[in-house]
Design a protein around this ligand. Sequence first.
Ligand code: NOJ
Ligand code: CA
Length: 524
Amino acid sequence: MTAWWTRSVGYQVYVRSFADGNADGTGDLLGITERLGHLADLGVRMIWLTPCYPSPGADHGYDVADYRDVAAEFGGLDALDTLVDRAHDMGIRVLMDLVPNHTSDQHRWFQRALADRSCPERDYYVFRDPAPGGGPPNNWVSHFGGPAWTLDPGSDQYYLHLFLPQQPDLDWHNPAVRDEFDDILRFWFARGIDGFRIDVAHALIKDELLRDNPVRDATVLTDPEARRSFDGLEHRHDLDQPDVIDIYRAWRRLADEHDAFLIGEVYLLDPDRMTRYVAPDALHAAFCFPALRTPWDARAIATTLAGAVTASYGRFAWPMSSHDDPRAAERFGGGDLGAARALAYFTLLAALPGIPFLYQGDELGLDNARLDPAAFQDPGSRGRPVVWSRDAVRTPMPWDTSAERGFSTATSWLPIPDNHGAQRSVAAQVADPGSVLHRYRALINGRDAWLPDTDDVTWLPVDDTLVGIRRGDVLVALNTGDEAAQVDLAAYGAIRFASIDGAEIVGTSLVLPPDGAAVVSLEG
Ligand code: NOJ
Ligand code: CA
């Protein structure tokens, strides 16, 4: 029997910014429930909710204070139960975001660990004595810049945090931590949750000896632009350790008992290193991050995706944007052009073996929000020389043409940017049959009818402007050039979807306008 996710399109909901159901300016679960119709019309079959657990919010929910509850600001457990029930009624599965690498410093485990060196919870975390000459135990740095160690003055030991000091890392060598999380998974499966997106799935296990990482670039290591300093080290001992897969083997057995789905945020840029995370007894899927970094360049797209498809065994998910990365429309030039190109790119992703995944607002062709740095909330950018803030991709969804764009009747937690004008809103695009929203709906809802059963893909000969695949009786081509492309089909065929007006079949060729993609069913 085919698993339910294999032919689904996924959609990431950034909970704080999707829809505000109780008029306090912050998105919540009631708001999502009220807007499920939009997702059903779009045709997505699973949604991933960014963390909605109780949290002090140091990293907007990725600092969890209680893994078995839902924050009051998002509506509590009852609101989640209602959302899940309604979503199921509409044929939409719901994934939660599991954050197992670290907890909040306010989690009771960490509070106990600080209060009592000899309590069991102390060993849930990675506390170590200072280096022999003083200072942090090793040279690791945090993703957000600065050392990955903070001193606990109560014990004169340091604790490890690959992210903020308010996000202490758990010690996954400790079986008690594993037991806790088995129990957390069971808790949510029993409540009807359909699976999890697993945060930093490649980082849970660290080198037991905590050896220094080799320095790759000492200049970058001390760069004041904090996010870059992480690239100054080769992450030999803190990421992608061999034993991490054992954790997923155990979770896979639990998930399969509940027909649930596990998809990892395996943020490794080499697809060959990702493969082992999606082994048949490990995670069901992993996000392929190289897919959301491609420039608008046929050769770069072909090289990136061809390598990834080969490594994926049909078990990669294909994002083109996320709440952490610049949006596809921005990357491809912004405005209407960027929006058209992103749709064309998603057309290609939708034809690959695996799971195409939209980030909220992609279906509207949103580009990055132009925000005043004074409004920034993201800990990765606050108080730093800013070249990039994740806030630019976290602003509220524009639902209608009103000033707050129908997101909230209060002032929203991040401002609505001028470049997400009324014409980009859901309401305006629903009213416009030529909008990108209508095209995403047509692509996603029509996909099942043309998607071949085979996972075998061959790549069309790549040139400077054309990239495409043949999969079973389907051919998909994408034109990154300035002129119409002529694609030899070597057969008669019919266009099943085109991302742009003007695509046509002439004899046994597909004529494809610039910045467009088309799906063709071939005859014979
Ligand atoms: C990845 C999440 O997507 C990101 O938003 C977060 O800051 C880090 N993991 C830490 O949890
Ligand atoms: Ca709210």
